[in-house]
Design a protein around this ligand. Structure first.
Ligand code: HSE
Length: 450
């Protein structure tokens, strides 16, 4: 972009993808034009919108001068549009469009978590080489300003841990299983009826969406690239109401968390269901479709950001914040001042991900044990021989000659030891089903209410 263009009176934005978030963003831009102008000191103008679906194009009352097209190349080739908003989602053609926009010297704002989790390195590298800004606040936590908080507000602190409820669909399902005492299938169907879960809910319930988001959060928090395929991911498809009930007896609430911890030489990044203590965990209180992300800064201590993690209007506010920041950079000829991940790409230190087998945690184990003398001592023996110390045990009911649930919670133990013990127990005649394992995140973040 030349100085002459920067001196022009307004910044034109091109929007590619008019789904729920795209439409929310366009509505916000048009409705708040004078507010945005006052904040920015110059007008932000909708230069063009693009969608493959003609209905999406005709559903918006576009201002005169705004081009509506089904061909993204019209936006990418337009020298009058220095700022492209990619809201189409998916990997391709989104990846090519974003790289082409960056290559043409345009700043880019995207909400595309899958794209950044899979191709972030390529895209961050291209943005740095071309000296443009790349905004992606809306890719994690919808309207919650978590990435800017990490990148800018907390840039001077060391982040020790980030953990969050970053999938509203799963949180809705687990909350309703817990509150209404319904099974997984019933809660999922209700989430679909209310429009919270997709017809094919796999991305959400299998933890993939959360993995995309924790990969981005960890890269931002720790300044290291995170390899998506190496993140251990477990979803909630297999969760049974009986475990939520037992957890309640121990004072725990079940949540699907994305967790990223600074382990020094390595970083521990994972997604799985967790029991959280109702009394001391801030995340345990977050119910329904809401998202919340808890940070632990070395100097700051704990911080909780809570809000709407999805939806057109909330997510559009995150897109708009990025668009305004990029527009300022273009207008004032000061693009590329803040690196997309908070650390210049060339100065990042690459740290490997810690393998799941070496993590330590407290565990909830539900055995379906033969109801006969000696079973409990067998179970505690196998665990004890591997250094796994039992914290408490509950056995419910009597089923002579049959099996009963025996629930054990452990003190902190190494995952590989727990898996070793369960391989032996599950192959023994003392149990009738595969043991259910749920990790417990009970250590409050330093300085949390306790
Ligand atoms: N499907 C996501 C959720 C929202 O349920 O939270 C978009 O990331």
């Amino acid at each position: 972009m030349t100085k002459k263009q920067n001196d022009s009176a307004s910044i034109k934005v091109g929007v590619i993808g008019l789904g729920t978030v795209g439409q929310g963003f366009v509505r916000l831009l048009l409705k708040e034009a004078s507010h945005l102008r006052q904040r920015l000191g110059f007008p932000l103008v909708l230069g063009a919108v693009c969608d493959r679906n003609p209905k999406a194009l005709s559903s918006l009352a576009l201002p005169s001068g705004c081009r509506a097209t089904s061909d993204s190349r019209e936006i990418l080739a337009d020298p009058e549009i220095p700022l492209v908003v990619e809201l189409m989602g998916g990997l391709e053609p989104a990846r090519s469009i974003v790289l082409e926009a960056i290559g043409a010297g345009k700043s880019v704002v995207t909400a595309n978590k899958a794209l950044l989790a899979h191709h972030g390195e390529e895209i961050f590298g291209a943005a740095a080489r071309h000296g443009v800004d790349l905004g992606f606040e809306a890719s994690v936590g919808g309207g919650i300003p978590i990435l800017r908080t990490l990148r800018e507000s907390l840039a001077g602190d060391r982040i020790l841990k980030v953990s969050g409820i970053i999938n509203g669909t799963c949180n809705y399902i687990l909350s309703s299983m817990s509150r209404d005492r319904v099974d997984f299938g019933t809660a999922l169907r209700e989430a679909q009826r209310l429009g919270y879960a997709e017809a094919d809910p796999s991305f959400d319930i299998d933890g993939i969406d959360s993995a995309h988001k924790i990969a981005i959060l960890a890269a931002m928090a720790f300044g290291s690239p995170v390899s998506l395929p190496e993140i251990p991911v477990e979803g909630i498809r297999h969760i049974q109401a009986i475990d939520i009930d037992f957890g309640r007896e121990f004072g725990y609430v079940l949540k699907l968390l994305g967790i990223a911890t600074d382990g020094g030489e390595s970083i521990d990044v994972r997604v799985h269901p967790c029991f959280l203590p109702e009394e001391t965990s801030m995340l345990a209180e977050v119910d329904g479709v809401y998202n919340a992300i808890e940070l632990l800064g070395e100097a700051l201590g704990p911080l909780l950001l809570f809000g709407r993690g999805a939806g057109g209007d909330p997510t559009a506010t995150a897109v708009m914040g990025d668009v305004m920041e990029c527009a300022r950079g273009i207008f004032h000829n000061a693009r590329g001042q803040v690196p997309a991940l908070g650390v210049p790409v060339s100065l990042r230190v690459v740290r490997p991900l810690c393998p799941l087998s070496s993590i330590t945690s407290e565990y909830y184990l539900r055995f379906m044990a033969q109801d006969q003398p000696g079973t409990l001592s067998y179970l505690s023996g196998v665990l004890g021989e591997r250094g796994i110390s039992i914290e408490s045990v509950i056995q419910k009911g009597r089923q002579k000659g049959g099996s009963v649930p025996v629930v054990v919670t452990t003190h902190r133990a190494t995952e590989s030891r727990v898996r070793e013990a369960l391989a032996i127990i599950d192959a023994s005649p003392h149990v009738t089903e595969k043991t259910v394992v749920i990790r417990i995140e009970s250590a409050p973040m330093e300085g949390s209410p306790s």
